[in-house]
Design a protein around this ligand. Structure first.
Ligand code: N2P
Length: 392
C-alpha cells in the first residue's frame, strides 16, 4: 500500500470509527461476546501467514447457524473453529473499524458492509476458491448488488425481514380485533397500548427500525430529510412507554416462553421462537407476519477482514456454507431465507413454504432494503435513538 493510500484509509477509518462509536453510545443490553474466544494476540501479521494453522475464527450473529454445521466442518477439514456471536451491526462495526479483531469471517448486514468496504476493512474474495458461488439466486443477488458491485468482497449468508412476531392467543386476549398484519401493532398508540402488559420488544437496530417507521408513514425508505426523522421520532416516542425493552436477541426466548407477547423482530428469530415453544410444548403459538404496508429486507454478508490470519480457511468455510445441503440445513434450522437456489429443494418444506420467511413475489415487491446513510445523518439518528432507548 502506498503512503498516500495508507493515509487515506487511515482518515476514512478514523471518520467511520467516530461515527460508529457514537452509534454505540449508551449501555447496550445485547448479548455481544466479551471477545474472541480464541484469545488471538492483537498483533499485525501478513494475511495468511498463519494459515497453515488449522484454525478459523468466526464472528456471526447469535442464533444464526444449525448446531451441527460447525462440528461437521471441523471434522471434514480438520480445522478448529472458534465461534463468537454478536446481535447488532453497531457492535460488529466498532470492532471492525478498530481493526485486528482476530476474526477470519464476519457477517455484517449489506448496508454496513458497503461503508466498511470503503474504509478498507475487508479483503477481496478469491472467487476461484468459492465454486459454490454459482448457486446464488440472481433475483436476490440483484437486490444487494449495489452495496458490493460484482460480489467482490462478500457473499450473502441469509436474508430476511423485520416484522410482527406475536403470540396468537395472548394478542387475541388483549385485543380481539388486533391488526396483526400491520405496523399499527407497534406504531399506532391506540393499538400498541393493549399489549403493554403482556410485553413488547423492539430491535436495537436504528437504521432498520427508522425504515420500518418510514414504511408505516409512507415515507421513502432511507430518507435523510430531517423532517422525516422528526416525524419518525414522534411515532417512536409515542410507542416507547408501552415497550418493555429494546434488544435484538433476548426476544426469541421471551416470545417462546410467553414472557412477551409482541416483538418487532426478525423473521427467522420469530420462527425459532415458535419452534422452541413447540418443542417445549408450552402452549405458546408464535407467528410472524410481514406487515401489509411493506417491510424492510436485510442481507447478511459473509466477509473476510483484510487482516484475517486464516484467509484460506475462511474461503473454505464460505464455500462450505454455500454448499446446497449445508445452506439448506442452516436455513431449515434458523428459519432465515437462504439465497442459494440449489439449496431450495433441500430446505424443510415447512420453512420453504412459510411466506413470512420466503415471501411470494407480490410481497417481495413491497420490501425495501436498508442503504448506507451519510455521516451527518447518522449523527442525528444516533442521538434520536439514544433518546428513544432511554425513553426521554
Ligand atoms: C440472527 C439475526 C440476524 C438478522 N439471529 C439480522 N441481520
Amino acid at each position: 500500500m502506498s503512503t498516500d493510500r495508507g493515509r487515506c484509509a487511515a482518515v476514512a477509518l478514523a471518520v467511520l470509527l467516530a461515527a460508529s462509536l457514537a452509534a454505540c453510545g449508551g449501555a447496550r443490553q445485547g448479548s455481544a461476546p466479551a471477545g474472541n474466544a480464541a484469545g488471538h494476540a492483537l498483533h499485525a501479521a501478513a494475511p495468511g501467514l498463519t494459515d497453515a494453522e488449522k484454525v478459523l475464527n468466526v464472528y456471526n450473529w447469535s442464533d444464526y447457524i444449525s448446531p451441527d454445521v460447525v462440528p461437521a466442518f471441523e471434522k471434514e477439514y480438520g480445522i478448529k473453529v472458534n465461534y463468537d456471536v454478536f446481535d447488532s451491526n453497531a457492535v460488529l462495526q466498532t470492532k471492525l473499524l478498530a481493526g485486528q479483531t482476530g476474526y477470519d469471517i464476519v457477517v455484517p448486514s449489506a448496508n454496513f458492509l458497503a461503508l466498511q468496504i470503503k474504509a478498507g476493512v475487508f479483503q477481496k474474495l478469491d472467487k476461484s476458491r468459492i465454486p459454490n458461488l454459482k448457486n446464488v439466486d440472481p433475483d436476490i443477488a440483484k437486490r444487494f448488488a449495489p452495496l458490493d458491485p460484482g460480489m467482490q468482497y462478500a457473499v450473502n449468508y441469509f436474508w430476511g425481514t423485520s416484522g410482527v412476531g406475536y403470540n396468537v392467543d395472548k394478542i387475541k386476549a388483549a385485543m380481539p380485533a388486533a391488526p396483526v398484519d400491520s405496523f399499527r401493532m407497534f406504531y399506532d398508540p391506540a393499538v400498541v397500548r393493549h399489549f403493554k402488559d403482556c410485553g413488547i420488544s423492539i430491535l436495537d437496530e436504528p437504521e432498520e427500525i427508522i425504515n420500518t417507521v418510514f414504511v408505516y408513514l409512507g415515507i421513502p425508505a432511507n430518507s435523510e430529510r430531517p423532517e422525516d426523522l422528526a416525524a419518525a421520532e414522534k411515532v417512536l416516542m409515542a410507542m416507547r412507554p408501552y415497550v418493555r425493552y429494546v434488544n435484538s436477541s433476548r426476544y426469541i426466548e421471551d416470545l417462546a416462553n410467553g414472557d412477551i407477547c409482541l416483538a418487532l423482530g426478525w423473521s427467522g428469530d420469530v420462527g425459532q421462537a415458535g419452534l422452541r415453544a413447540r418443542e417445549a410444548r408450552n402452549g405458546n403459538n408464535i407467528k410472524y407476519l410481514i406487515p401489509q404496508e411493506g417491510a424492510v429486507m436485510f442481507f447478511d454478508m459473509l466477509a473476510i477482514p483484510a487482516d484475517a490470519l486464516h484467509p484460506n480457511n475462511a474461503h473454505l468455510f464460505i464455500n462450505y456454507l454455500l454448499r446446497p445441503d449445508v445452506s439448506a440445513k442452516n436455513s431449515s434450522a434458523v428459519h432465515f431465507a437462504s439465497s442459494n437456489a440449489a439449496a431450495y429443494p433441500l430446505i424443510d418444506p415447512v420453512v420453504l413454504n412459510d411466506r413470512g420467511i420466503f415471501p411470494g413475489p407480490e410481497t417481495k415487491a413491497h420490501l425495501v432494503a436498508n442503504l448506507p446513510r451519510s455521516q451527518a445523518y447518522m449523527r442525528l439518528l444516533t442521538r434520536m435513538w439514544t433518546r428513544f432507548k432511554s425513553g426521554r
